[in-house]
Design a protein around this ligand. Structure first.
Ligand code: GLA
Length: 713
């Protein structure tokens, strides 16, 4: 390949990627950004020529797809490996280029000295601008190769993207965005919890200073991997910046025998020239169309009733029968029996691993309850935590050697449970057989797949095996799904501790957070929405007094919050007042009415004052929209501000109404409600005016939420 052939251009609706990949030379990205209408790689290359920096090397140190150690580029290498202290300075050169189709390219690079082959696969989603990047490392030497780090790719960051926003959080407060103060040097987040973690979701946003939800240049990065990871940005002193995401290994974990290949997880990276919400829509569409195939579209997402916060471990079939009836009467479509149904599991200290119905609680097995639930017209779902075992269990007594551990190191106590070694075939066979037996015997169409502890010492046979454990987990889920193709699965890990595009390729929903506190949820769901669409985000109406925060919140607010997600409930319906049950029932009916819009529409986060969270969905044909406006706290001004509704058709008029709560709230009268009849027939308002003049919001109490509906007149 020579001359112009050295350049590869991938283009999507809004993005261009231009690579320089001459055979025999180092592959590098010349441009990744907004779509260029007349891309001229040669010209771009000339324009990017860098001058000599005094006090620096005599030659330009170009970047490459991995900025590998041998390249000598400053900042952390995207690939570092060695053979017992030798062969540590790989420097890759292109040996082959394989066009996959117009969307993708495979770039094969090699270093004949260190005998390592790096094959990069880059695919650009033509419709949604999301790029998927992966690298495969092959050891073609005759000695084992220790891979210490390999990013999925090193992506150069547009110098205008000076704002960096990372993700942080904790249990029951996941997906919190964190603006990073400007720096030179590095930003690093590392997670070695054996799941995506509550603290360090594997995602990152970068944006120009002026970018906001509805406009401006921004970039998003997400690693589709359910285990340990590193997120890293290096700002070099020479003005270049690189983003790397990849799998984090324990010491000596990734040893490649001669001929063996390591494949990185996929990195999903997208660019938007129209703000953060548009960036999220790209990620949502890519996930839905390319990674979850028809699994979202297949059927409406049923309203859940989950037993956890209603009964915890106190399973009484009589009460569960009654709860099922109550749940069906308010509109539930799926009943999920949570933790506590199996073995000796009467609290969280025993029974994990013994996956058969407790003979003490369910003497006739689960069939009577399942039949009762399905007889009420609901689907039945069941909770499992397959990877875990309590030392106080029959399984552990029989197979104490089946757990992950580091030789000579005591396990860190964590919810009285240990982690099974899924890399052992017999362990997965046991779990598959137990689960398959129940799924085959009963009408169980859904499982909640939980994972409730960090994996501190993922050792198997004396060696670290975090990577192998995550791959084995994927294998086990895939095997179960192959045997039960219609089975739906929720990925839960003490709430949102395992949420990513890797797990979502084999599951259907994430349990966004253990916190059902509607105020916390407003923020958690907003954070998660940067990468996850509403249809996969589990959102439940919890009890009046939140069990985790102790806060009391109205049913109206709890309903309005759960409505913008995959809605469900998780409270003791037998203890709720008739008034609250009626509100709940009305809210569920509202969700069902607008479910296609909520789950298939285009998602928007609204720019608001700090005391407000506002999000919404607009139909693809712009014919209708639903938005929620939530006053999280009070505000300093005497009156609230205006609601600038995004995403409408400026040329159409919309009948504008407040449909929740009914009647709409306003603290003072007369208010905008009367002026515009917003709680009655509604007002017909021009799309352009709604978008650019904004609609005065009624004066609200703190902790209250309105839902607006816009219908093209
Ligand atoms: C985790 C989950 C909860 C519940 C409990 C059961 O914490 O996140 O929703 O299932 O486990 O033990």
């Amino acid at each position: 390949m020579s001359g112009e052939d050295r350049y590869v251009i991938l283009e999507s609706a809004g993005a261009s990627l231009i690579l320089d990949c001459a055979v025999g030379e180092r592959a590098r990205i010349l441009y990744w950004g907004a779509r260029l209408s007349r891309p001229d790689p040669k010209q771009i290359e000339t324009m990017l020529t860098r001058q000599h920096a005094p006090g620096g090397p005599d030659v330009e140190i170009a970047s490459s797809l991995l900025n590998e150690t041998g390249s000598a580029i400053a900042g952390m290498s995207g690939f570092s490996a060695h053979r017992n202290g030798q062969d540590w300075a790989s420097r890759f050169r292109v040996t082959d280029l394989r066009r996959m189709d117009k969307q993708g390219i495979e770039i094969v690079c090699e270093d004949p000295n260190t005998k390592v082959r790096a094959t990069h696969v880059i695919i650009l989603d033509v419709a949604y601008d999301v790029m998927t990047c992966q690298t495969q490392i092959e050891n073609f030497g005759d000695q084992p190769l220790a891979v210490d780090w390999c990013a999925a790719i090193c992506l150069p960051l547009d110098p205008r993207a000076t704002r960096l926003i990372g993700f942080t959080g904790r249990w029951a407060d996941e997906f919190q965005l964190e603006e990073i103060s400007p720096f030179t040097g590095s930003y690093v987040r590392e997670n070695k919890s054996g799941r995506t973690s509550h603290e360090s979701f594997p995602g990152l946003l970068a944006a120009a200073d002026e970018s906001h939800e509805q406009g401006g240049l921004c970039f998003g990065f997400h690693l589709g991997w359910s285990g340990n990871h590193r997120v890293r940005v290096d700002h070099l002193n020479d003005g270049r910046s690189f983003v790397q995401l990849g799998e984090l290994f324990f010491p000596g974990e990734m040893m490649l025998a001669p001929g063996q290949i390591y494949q990185t997880p996929d990195l999903y990276a997208a660019i938007s020239s129209s703000g953060f919400s548009a960036l999220s829509r790209s990620f949502h569409s890519h996930l839905r169309q390319s990674l979850m195939a028809d699994r979202i579209a297949r059927k409406p997402r049923p309203i859940h009733y989950n037993t956890w916060e209603a009964v915890y471990f106190d399973h009484d079939p009589g009460a569960l029968f009654e709860l099922a009836e109550k749940a069906a009467s308010v509109g539930a479509e799926r009943f999920i029996l949570d933790d506590g149904w199996f073995g000796s599991r009467r609290d969280d200290t025993a029974g994990l691993g013994d996956w058969w119905p407790s003979e003490q609680i369910y003497p006739d097995g689960l069939a009577p309850l399942i039949e009762h639930v399905t007889g009420l017209g609901m689907e039945f779902g069941l909770w499992f935590e397959p990877e875990m075992v309590n030392p106080d269990s029959d399984l552990y007594r029989q197979h104490p050697d089946w757990v992950l551990h580091a030789p000579g190191v005591d396990p860190v106590p964590f919810r009285s449970q240990l982690v099974l070694d899924l890399t052992r075939e017999e362990v997965c066979d046991y779990l598959f057989e137990r689960m398959d037996k129940l799924l085959s015997a009963h009408e169980i169409s859904y499982i909640k797949w939980d994972m409730n502890r960090d994996v501190h010492h993922p050792g198997s046979g004396g060696r670290p095996a975090g990577h192998a454990q995550t791959r084995a987990l994927y294998g086990l889920i895939d095997r179960l799904r192959a045997a039960h193709p219609d089975l739906e699965i929720e990925s839960c890990s003490s709430g949102g501790g395992r949420a990513d595009y890797g797990i979502l390729q084999r599951t259907d929903r994430i349990w966004t957070s253990d916190s059902n506190d509607a105020l916390d949820r407003q923020k958690i769901q907003r954070g998660a929405s940067h990468f996850f669409p509403l249809a996969v985000m589990g959102a439940h109406v919890g009890p009046a007094r939140c069990h985790i925060t102790g806060r009391r919140l109205s049913m109206r607010l709890r309903v309005a919050t759960a409505l913008f997600g995959h809605m469900g409930m998780e409270l003791d319906l037998l203890k709720e007042s008739e008034k609250d049950l009626a509100t709940l029932k009305a809210g569920i009916a509202l969700h069902k009415k607008y479910r296609p819009l909520i789950h298939d529409g285009d998602f928007h986060r609204v720019e608001t004052p700090a005391h407000v969270n506002a999000v919404g969905v607009v139909a693809k044909d712009l014919s209708e929209a639903l938005f929620s406006w939530c006053n999280l706290t009070g505000h300093r001004g005497t009156l609230p501000g205006r609601f600038f509704v995004p995403g409408l058709d400026p040329d159409r008029a919309y009948r504008t109404k407040i449909i929740w709560p009914d009647p709409a709230l306003s603290v003072s009268r007369p208010s905008v409600l009367e002026a515009l009849e917003l709680s009655g027939e509604g007002a017909v308002l021009q799309g352009e005016t709604l978008m650019t003049v904004g609609l005065q919001v009624p004066l609200l109490h703190p902790e209250s939420c309105l839902i607006y509906r816009f219908e093209a007149a």
